[in-house]
Design a protein around this ligand. Structure first.
Ligand code: SF4
Length: 364
């Protein structure tokens, strides 16, 4: 953990011990129906229709990228001290720039009165819109902490292609996502530079980068598993992504392809667009015909993020032939580091057929 990661400093009423059930078990499962929170509770989205909300384009155009835009959405639901706390973080501590789709903001304080206190305590807010008071300054950084904590760049065999393990590679197709998470382990490359981090830049044209990946994989028959990532593949224009995946599928030795996209949760509208669904079906059919396991890996950290639109996007991917939709959450204090939060998350994911695997790394 680096010194600048958001960690818990604020009392967390939502993490109070769960009521001990009559059987004396430490956890009580409660089945909760998925609900799309009402976005018209936000002053800035009071007149937004369901048709607008379902539109991937509307979601992308209305992402919150700065404090001014956040003020427009929240109005006076939070007070000035919150914005000062946020500005203090952005000017000196933040390792990721701000980018939050409306879909994700709408899962913050979804069913309780919004106030400065409830917004500060919210688990989604804590990792998507970190503020200075979230940071622990009394703990030193880990002695081996570094910007590229997994040394992915050191192991590039072509731009964006990390070959760390004998049988698998990580292919970073691009360096952007539809949403930026405050804890991103790929902060060295992903997103815009911040006052605290000057980011590494991809320099090749995408077409040349992709050609270099395919050439390497054609020449290295020991690789059977490709994580197609970034950034987030939801930001690759669909025709380019489909072309890349079809080229991978022509390589006999590749048996597993994992598409990394937090947008399945953060921007499910993207994965529900007709051209994307049709394209995904073509890729899934080809993968099935060639005996390749095609999976989507997403990144959900809290059950609160799961809404009917997210479930529909995951189910649609399964319906068109993607073999698995898996989750790789990140364990974070103040977000999901309690037994009830993790079990709620796993059960909520399992309820919709998506398989749940909570690990310490991000899908993307
Ligand atoms: S989606 Fe993944 S790669 Fe993108 S900012 Fe979040 S953690 Fe980083």
């Amino acid at each position: 953990m680096t010194q600048t990661q958001p960690v818990e400093t604020i009392p967390q009423p939502r993490h109070a011990p769960v009521a001990v059930p009559t059987a004396g078990q430490p956890y009580e499962y409660r089945r909760k129906p998925l609900v799309e929170p009402d976005w018209t509770r936000f002053p800035g989205w009071r007149h937004i229709t369901w048709e607008q909300w379902e539109s991937a384009q509307w979601q992308r155009v209305n992402c919150v990228k700065n404090i001014k835009q956040l003020r427009t959405v929240l109005g006076d639901l939070v007070d000035e001290s919150f914005y000062e706390d946020l500005a203090a973080d952005q000017s000196a501590l933040a390792t990721m720039s701000m980018l939050v789709p409306p879909q994700m903001i709408n899962t913050m304080v979804p069913f309780a009165p919004m106030s400065t206190e409830s917004f500060l305590a919210d688990p989604i807010r804590r990792y998507m819109i970190p503020v200075a008071s979230d940071r622990r300054t009394d703990w030193p950084s880990h002695p081996y902490a570094s910007r590229d904590s997994l040394h992915e760049h050191d192991m590039w065999v072509a731009e964006g292609l990390t070959h760390r393990y004998p049988t698998k590679v990580l292919a970073e197709l691009l360096s952007t996502c539809p949403q930026y998470c405050g804890h991103c382990t790929r902060m060295d490359l992903v997103g815009n530079s911040t006052p605290a981090v000057d980011k590494l830049k991809l320099t090749l044209k995408p077409v040349d980068r992709y050609d270099a990946h395919i050439s390497y994989l054609k020449a290295h028959h020991g690789v059977r598993d490709v994580v197609v990532s970034g950034g987030d593949v939801a930001n690759v224009p669909w025709k380019n992504l489909e072309s890349y995946l079809m080229r991978l599928l022509e390589i006999e030795t590749i048996r597993d392809i994992r598409l990394a996209t937090k947008a399945l949760m953060g921007l499910p509208q993207h994965w529900l667009q007709p051209d994307v669904v049709e394209g995904l079906e073509r890729v899934a059919r080809t993968a099935s015909r060639r005996g390749v396991n095609l999976a989507i890996h997403t990144h959900v950290n809290h059950a609160q993020s799961l809404t009917p639109l997210v479930a529909k996007a995951a189910q649609t991917a399964l319906d068109v032939g993607v073999r698995d939709v898996r989750n790789q959450g990140v364990l974070m204090r103040g977000v999901n580091a309690t037994t009830p939060d993790l079990l709620d998350l796993c059960f909520a994911l399992q309820a919709r057929r998506a398989s749940c695997r909570t690990t310490s790394t991000c899908a993307t």
